[in-house]
Design a protein around this ligand. Structure first.
Ligand SMILES: C[S@@+](CC[C@H](N)C(=O)[O-])C[C@H]1O[C@@H](n2cnc3c(N)ncnc32)[C@H](O)[C@@H]1O
Length: 300
């Protein structure tokens, strides 16, 4: 067994993750009519982006590919996102969870916890990490997270959560939506493990609208950020991780598709809030079962 916290960057054995259910094999259709002949939408499945052929052959190769990428880049991740987002990451992750209703006593699941940045911010609001469960498929990322907080750590994937129904009050996912294989399958799992009335908060960086913002966004995330990453870390793996970050953002479905998938699985109060036009905060609530009509309260 591997020892937590002693994961050596770039030298990890592969973690094989089982992909649950059927993988897309054709039969294109448009469940919500967006966009015409969409390569994102397959029968019963909504992909966050089409397969990136230059990175992996087929969609079934994606989980292993992504896993290796994050395993190798794990020891550089915190440093890169710290300066890459101008040291605002910790404060923002706390602020956004506070604003969307995280409160003391909540049982929290942080999916795609990575190195624990969202969970760490949550623990500052809760005053403890003992009610926080962190899940991620990358052993490398988890090894870094384990050094930071005393939460429960689980190796797993968003599409097949190893938790009973109705387990959590608050479920977060930070900057990882692009890495799942199927949005609806993932959101169905979120809906299942949330308690009735429980809240979902998904954070993403989304391409801004408008030609000039898009030009600046592409220049920063597509070129400047990966190049500076290579320069500061001297690691080709870290550069590759940030290059992939850009490629998936560039290819990602528009926010409307994410909102549509959230509503499709039966979540309510589905919303998207944006900061500076590029930080997306998707929120939703698991509906409480309707109490129905209590005959004893009927007025004649
Ligand atoms: C960019 S990091 C985000 C880490 C952290 N949430 C944050 O706010 O910085 C993306 C994480 O998603 C994880 N990931 C990739 N595929 C996943 C999946 N199918 N289910 C859950 N997590 C996944 C990766 O291992 C990685 O740790």
């Amino acid at each position: 067994m591997r020892e937590p916290g002693r994961f050596i960057c770039g030298k990890q054995p592969r973690t094989r993750i089982q992909v649950k259910g059927r993988l897309p094999t054709g039969n294109l259709q448009k469940p919500f009519g967006w966009p015409p002949s969409s390569p994102f939408v397959h029968l019963d499945e909504v992909r966050p982006h089409p397969p990136l052929k230059a990175r992996y052959e087929t969609l079934s190769d994606k989980p292993d590919y992504v896993n290796r990428l994050f395993d190798k880049g794990a020891c550089h991740y915190d440093g890169i996102v710290d300066w890459g987002f101008f040291r605002t990451g910790g404060a923002y992750r706390k602020w956004v969870q506070e604003r969307h209703g995280l409160k003391k006593g909540d049982r929290v699941l942080d999916v795609a916890c990575g190195t624990g940045l969202v969970a760490l911010a949550a623990s500052r609001i809760l005053g403890t990490a003992e009610n926080i469960t962190c899940l991620d498929p990358s052993e490398g990322m988890l090894a870094v997270a384990r050094t930071k907080l005393n939460a429960t750590f689980v190796v797993g994937r968003a599409e097949a959560l190893p938790f009973p129904d109705n387990s959590f009050d608050f479920l977060t996912m930070g900057y990882a939506l692009r890495h799942v294989t199927d949005l609806e399958e993932t959101f169905r799992e979120y809906q299942r493990v949330l308690k009735p009335g429980g809240k979902l908060l998904i954070l993403e960086v989304t391409k801004p609208r408008g030609r000039i913002p898009q030009f600046l966004f592409r220049a920063y995330f597509g070129r400047i950020y990966p190049t500076l990453t290579q320069l500061f870390t001297r690691s080709a793996d870290a550069r590759d991780m940030m290059r992939y970050y850009w490629e998936t953002m560039d290819a990602c479905v528009p926010p409307e598709a994410v909102l549509s998938a959230l509503a499709t699985v039966g979540l309510s109060e589905v919303n998207r809030y944006t900061q500076l036009g590029l930080f997306s905060e998707y929120t939703a609530t698991k509906p409480s079962p309707s109490k129905g009509c209590d005959p004893s309260h009927r007025h004649a």
